[in-house]
Design a protein. Structure first.
Length: 274
């Protein structure tokens, strides 16, 4: 029997990357999945975002594991849309046990000339979107008496700061760590645990793009130089991790393996924060 047999997991940013990895791993271990992604481009994001075809592929892969899936397109910062999806999920599956608030975006802008919209978009998705991925599910989770686990994807930069050009991203990722701590206190009497996972760079479309190469190596914005910079950042001798490396941490925090772990920032950062 898998660790999530009989449970239901809501995963945001599920169309590809870390979100798809989390959804499939929990499905393999028995969970039914509510998969959400925006599936459209945000103008201030410099890389191509997920598409409806990506989310459909996640749903197909979950179904291939003989698990049920409710796949829906929504901006996680849209409170009404997320509330409707969560209501539909509760109607379909009867419960929500795990929330993996994973949806996130990144962009690089200097503090001096950052467009207002870029600030708004980063905080909207990476902080407000986390809140509206969680809050509408809380009444049902509390009323069920089943407890639960909420895992928020923060970042290495949720506890530290990069050299430059990520002030909006860093503000949001610090923000979700504070949100996690507040919720961990408030929800503990209901046996609902709340933690963050804080990765260093992960090999996804979010970081493998020209904008990030230029932000970290403006004089020589190549992939090779970017990877070299990351090897210097990380204490372990790697440039970045695979999505599955973060999924393993999410599975731990979401499952009963960590039944007494709450209010914790789990650094999966190759020692970069040491």
């Amino acid at each position: 029997m898998g660790r999530f047999e009989g449970k239901v997991a809501l995963v945001t940013g599920a169309a590809r990357g870390q979100g798809r990895s989390h959804a499939l791993a929990m499905a393999r271990e028995g969970a039914q999945i509510i998969a959400v992604d925006i599936n459209k481009q945000i103008d201030t994001v410099p890389y191509p975002m997920a598409t409806p075809a990506d989310l459909a592929e996640t749903a197909r892969l979950v179904e291939d594991l003989d698990r049920r899936v409710l796949a829906r397109e929504a901006d996680c910062a849209d409170a009404d849309a997320m509330a409707a999806i969560i209501e539909e999920g509760l109607s379909e599956f009867g419960r929500i046990d795990v929330i993996a608030a994973n949806a996130g975006i990144a962009a690089t802008h200097s503090a001096v000339d950052m467009p207002r919209q870029a600030w708004h978009d980063q905080l909207s998705t990476n902080l407000t979107g986390v809140w509206f991925s969680i809050q509408p599910a809380l009444p049902a989770m509390i009323a069920s008496g089943n407890g639960g686990s909420i895992v928020i994807t923060s970042s290495l930069y949720g506890v530290s700061a990069p050299p430059a050009n990520l002030a909006h991203y860093v503000a949001a990722k610090h923000g979700v760590v504070g949100l996690m701590r507040a919720l961990a206190n408030e929800l503990a009497p209901h046996n609902i645990r709340v933690n963050t996972v804080n990765p260093t760079y992960v090999h996804t479309d979010m970081v493998e793009n020209d904008a990030f190469y230029a932000a970290f190596n403006p004089d020589a914005p190549t992939r090779e130089n970017f990877l070299s910079t990351l090897r210097e950042l990380n204490k372990l001798p790697v440039s970045w991790m695979d999505p599955t490396d973060i999924t393993n941490a999410v599975l731990y925090l979401a499952s009963d393996d960590s039944r007494y772990v709450t209010g914790h920032t789990l650094m999966v950062d190759c020692g970069a924060s040491v």
